[in-house]
Design a protein around this ligand. Structure first.
Ligand SMILES: *[C@@H]1O[C@H](CO)[C@@H](O)[C@H](O)[C@H]1NC(C)=O
Ligand SMILES: *[C@@H]1O[C@H](CO)[C@@H](O)[C@H](O)[C@H]1NC(C)=O
Ligand SMILES: *[C@@H]1O[C@H](CO)[C@@H](O)[C@H](O)[C@H]1NC(C)=O
Ligand SMILES: *[C@@H]1O[C@H](CO)[C@@H](O)[C@H](O)[C@H]1NC(C)=O
Length: 963
């Protein structure tokens, strides 16, 4: 009964609807029918109604008053339909379009329309503008567009079309704007695209286009703007493009182009922007480019271009951006570059440039950003580099610059980021009294003197300072240092600093303090308990004395505490045993007395963490006199293990006589064991014995086939990876493993040590039993737990990129390489391993400890790739594994659609505060997966964004802030 009533109501409604609609004019009818096909969640088409008793004058069109509908002057014909940005979705049948015979403009952009683009649109032969950008239209592009004879603008940017680009679009004689960018079009650019008659703007970037770039494009004499990059072409840049005489903007970045830059491009004398970065271009920059006088932006970075910057560039009076970074260029920077009146950004890092910078650099233009790092420059900083008053980033690291910073930089109040590390600068550090906005300052590995200036207390925005390895610096730590409100990293190792540690008042934000290898004396103030964010404190190799404050144990984030080689006395506070964050404690070579507490934490540390304290005893050092531990309450248990271990050893020794012979066959040469802090010391043979005995049994749950799980004689379960290497590569590779092993962070899996000979190495990692992210991606998690995982991954990666020098790229970031500890805290595994394997293959690494430009390039690439992969992992986590490797595809989808999918997957309704966080996190993922590498944030910025700490300057922070 009820069902019937309901049904009849529905019928009634439908009847009225048909009645009303059929009383209307054909346009309104067609639009109502279209409306009935669409999903209009936001009710943006609510005003599309025919009045119940329509008494319209004959010929009047109701729809003329509806939103988005434009009619002619008499309100008798619909000539425009604009449905853009109305949150509409659905698949259009196209049945209604034949009514709009006089439609001039159709705008469907910024919605979520999906399915095939209705071919009926191509019957609207009066159409002059068709805008379908930012939708989700998919499938092959339908035939018939050549019927739109009058079309002037066709914008299909960011859809999901696949298959070949439509050839017939080139028959549209009046077409001025063509945008097919950001879909999945495959195959070559049709040579017919060279025959457009009126085209001014062509954008095909970000598809899967391949093949040669057709030389026919050179015939496009009316085009002013061409973007065809972010595809994977073969071959070189056709010289015929030099015939596109009206061209003002040319972008073929990230397109796999090889060969030389054709000098014919210098015929493009109207060109303002030329972007050819991220290709494999070789050869010299044509000196004829100086003829392109309107040029304002030239970015040829990230290629294999060699030779010098042409002297003739002095004629490019409009040049604002010159980016030649990541190439193989050499020679000196021509004086003429310093004469350019418009130059703002000069990025030439990672080349082989030498000689001094032009002394007049900065005198003739308002420089904003100068990065000449990792070259062979000498001489001093040009005296006027800051005189334009706009310089905010000055990056000079890893060169041979010398001289004093004063007076050149002492008044440079615009500076925000300064990196001068690894040079030979000397004199005092004159930086704080006028540079109020400085956030990042790296002066490490220079020859500065005169101590840390007391006016550091005025650097209220300072987040990072590193002045380590300036052995002649001297002085004391200024009293206000720990109170700086933004300071997170304070590194001043090996600086000849003396005096006491100032009290840690208001020590709110600091997370890393590195003061090892100085002459500090006195005690560690108990006020260290204020440093709630402290993660690493390295005070090794000083003259500090007094007891170890047990306040350290209550710091919630402290993971590394190195107090070795001092004169600390008293006992090890038992409270450390209950710290949930502490990973490494080193108190070796002090005057510590008493016994090492029996907690698990201490047991996992090597004896090297405790040695050099003559009056300290207990495991892993000698047994304390009179100790009954082994026969104590847990004695029987222990005894059992000891016996078992002995039995095991006997079996090993028996078995391994043969086993070891097998094991060593062909591997002549000594085995060596290197263990990093935290691994109890034992010999290579111990390890090899345990390993060979378990090898066959326990090839379990390892992240890759070449890894397996084993139990060491000390009872610790480790994961072992085997690497074979050539003898001549042993040194470089073992050095790299050591570097990786010294990278310690809460969110990195610990590399415990490695055991090697001339032919192979076994690398030992902590074994974390809780599985990896790939296995657990579909696990139901609270939003907070997901967020914690993403932040943990970000922090681990950030540490590798920004706190290790040189940076260590992860190289293989994916969900299977993120493992969980017992608290489900994520740890990155396999970091650096890919690079290690490359070291094993590629060209023989240079003997110098400075990286060659080439390998440096590769590393930077990998860092960018890590950021990208991080973005993809975020998406994977957000969608519970539904979207994997989605870095490209998410950019093709309208944001709304993506968000809706994610909300659904996370079961949040659109009212909770969680959705703001989800939006923010998705935003980070979108930034990280930008196709242009330099648009991706650094991991530092990513962590900041994720933590909700918005960087001050959005523009700058979205650039790669890594340098
Ligand atoms: C508009 O109306 C005027 C007279 O009312 C008529 O002359 C003209 O042809 C109409 N134009 C169109 C496009 O219908
Ligand atoms: C386009 O219009 C022609 C007649 O003008 C008609 O025969 C054809 O079916 C139409 N195409 C579509 C797809 O509606
Ligand atoms: C284009 O450049 C080439 C070589 O640089 C030159 O020979 C030619 O005359 C130029 N063509 C025009 C139209 O300027
Ligand atoms: C630059 O490199 C080329 C080739 O590697 C070499 O022939 C040339 O001498 C170098 N020039 C300078 C100034 O170092």
């Amino acid at each position: 009964m009820e069902i019937f009533q309901c049904l009849s109501n529905k019928l009634l409604l439908t009847f009225f609807f048909i009645l009303a609609a059929s009383a209307a004019d054909p346009y309104s009818e067609a639009l109502l029918s279209l409306k009935s096909e669409l999903v209009d969640d936001y009710h943006n088409l609510n005003d599309w109604l025919v009045p119940p008793r329509g008494n319209a004058a004959p010929g009047e069109v109701y729809a003329c008053s509806w939103s988005g509908v434009t009619c002619d002057k008499n309100n008798s014909v619909v000539i425009g339909l604009d449905l853009s940005m109305k949150h509409l979705a659905g698949v259009m049948s196209g049945n209604q379009f034949n009514v709009f015979t006089e439609l001039v403009g159709l705008n469907l952009s910024h919605n979520s329309f999906s399915g095939q683009l209705p071919v009926e649109i191509f019957n609207l032969t009066t159409l002059r503008s068709l805008d379908i950008r930012r939708n989700n239209f998919s499938g092959h592009f339908p035939g018939g567009i050549s019927r739109l004879r009058n079309l002037v603008v066709f914008d299909a940017f960011s859809n999901s079309f696949s298959g070949p680009l439509p050839v017939e679009v080139s028959q549209l004689d009046y077409l001025k704007v063509l945008n097919f960018a950001g879909s999945y079009f495959k195959g070559p650019i049709p040579p017919e695209y060279g025959s457009f008659k009126s085209l001014e703007f062509i954008h095909l970037a970000g598809n899967f286009l391949s093949g040669d770039i057709p030389p026919e494009l050179g015939k496009l004499k009316t085009v002013t703007h061409m973007e065809i990059g972010y595809n994977t072409y073969q071959g070189s840049l056709p010289w015929q493009l030099g015939n596109m005489s009206e061209l003002q903007y040319l972008d073929i970045a990230g397109a796999n182009l090889s060969g030389q830059i054709p000098r014919q491009l210098s015929n493009l004398t109207k060109l303002q922007s030329l972007f050819l970065f991220r290709n494999q271009l070789t050869g010299l920059i044509p000196s004829e480019f100086s003829r392109i006088t309107p040029l304002t932006s030239l970015d040829l970075s990230d290629n294999q271009i060699s030779g010098p910057i042409p002297e003739t560039f002095a004629e490019l009076k409009n040049l604002r951006l010159l980016s030649l970074m990541y190439n193989e260029m050499n020679g000196t920077v021509p004086e003429g570059i310093a004469e350019l009146p418009s130059l703002e950004t000069l990025l030439i890092w990672n080349n082989f440039f030498s000689g001094p910078l032009p002394q007049s650099l900065g005198r003739n233009s308002k420089l904003k950003w100068v990065d000449v790092s990792t070259n062979n420059f000498i001489g001093s900083i040009p005296p006027d580099i800051c005189s334009g008053g706009m310089l905010f980033k000055l990056i000079l690291f890893s060169n041979n610059f010398s001289g004093s910073l004063s007076p050149t930089l002492s008044n440079c109040s615009s500076l925000v980021r300064i990196r001068l590390e690894d040079n030979s600068f000397s004199g005092e550090i004159p930086l704080f009294s006028h540079i109020f906005d400085i956030t990042y300052l790296d002066l490490s590995r220079n020859k500065f003197t005169g101590g840390i200036p007391a006016d550091i207390s005025q650097a209220s925005k300072l987040q990072y300072i590193n002045i380590s390895s300036n052995p002649e610096l001297g002085g004391i730590i200024p009293g206000q240092t720990w109170s700086l409100p933004q300071l997170q990293n304070f590194s001043a190792s090996y600086c000849g600093i003396s005096g006491n540690l100032p009290p840690f008042q208001y020590c709110k934000s600091i997370s890393v303090v590195e003061l090892n290898m100085n002459n500090l004396s006195g005690t560690v103030p108990k006020s260290v308990s204020n440093c709630r964010a402290l993660e690493t404190m390295d005070l090794a190799n000083n003259n500090l004395s007094g007891p170890i404050p047990e306040e350290f144990a209550s710091l919630p984030a402290l993971s590394v505490l190195d107090l070795s080689h001092n004169s600390f006395n008293g006992s090890i506070p038992v409270k450390f045993g209950t710290s949930s964050s502490l990973l490494v404690l080193n108190v070796s070579f002090n005057d510590i007395t008493g016994s090492i507490p029996a907690e698990k934490l201490f047991r996992s540390m090597a004896s090297s963490a405790f040695v050099g304290n003559p009056q300290l005893c207990g495991a892993p050092l000698r047994r304390c006199p009179g100790s009954t531990a082994i026969l104590g309450s847990r004695g029987t248990g222990k005894l059992f293990w000891v016996l078992l271990l002995c039995a095991g050893l006997v079996i090993f020794i028996a078995a391994s006589v043969s086993g070891m012979v097998y094991f060593h066959r062909g591997f002549k040469g000594q085995w060596k064991m290197v263990s990093f802090l935290g691994l109890p010391r034992f010999t290579a043979n111990d390890f090899l014995r345990s390993f060979s005995s378990t090898e066959s049994k326990e090839t379990v749950r390892a992240p890759s086939a070449s890894a397996c799980k084993t139990v060491l004689p000390t009872g610790i379960t480790v994961l072992v990876r085997k690497i074979e290497w050539e003898a001549k590569r042993m040194r470089a590779m073992s050095e790299f493993i050591t570097r990786v092993g010294n990278a310690r962070h809460k969110n990195l899996i610990r590399l415990l040590g490695f055991c090697y000979n001339k032919h192979l190495a076994y690398v030992l990692y902590d074994y974390l039993p809780n599985g990896n992210l790939a296995e657990k991606i579909r696990m139901k998690r609270e939003w907070a737990a997901k967020y914690r995982i993403m932040l943990g991954i970000a922090k681990g990666l950030c540490f590798l990129h920004h706190d290790c020098f040189p940076a260590i790229p992860h190289g293989d970031l994916k969900s299977a390489n993120i493992v969980f500890d017992e608290n489900m805290e994520p740890h990155l595994a396999e970091f650096g391993f890919k690079y290690l394997l490359q070291l094993n293959k590629g060209p023989f690494p240079a003997a110098s400890n400075r990286e060659t430009g080439e390998s440096n390039n590769a590393i930077k690439d990998e860092l960018y790739m890590d950021v990208y992969n991080f973005g993809e992992i975020i998406v994977e986590i957000l969608t519970n594994g539904k979207l994997t490797n989605a870095g490209t595809s998410i950019h093709g989808k309208p944001r709304e659609v993506l968000l809706r999918e994610i909300y659904k997957e996370n079961e949040v309704d659109s009212k909770t505060s969680v959705i703001e966080e989800i939006k923010l996190v998705l935003e980070v993922a979108l930034l990280c997966t930008r196709s242009r590498t330099s648009d991706r944030p650094s991991m530092e910025d990513a962590v900041k964004l994720l933590s909700g700490l918005k960087p001050q300057d959005n523009n700058n922070s979205s650039k790669a802030g890594g340098l």
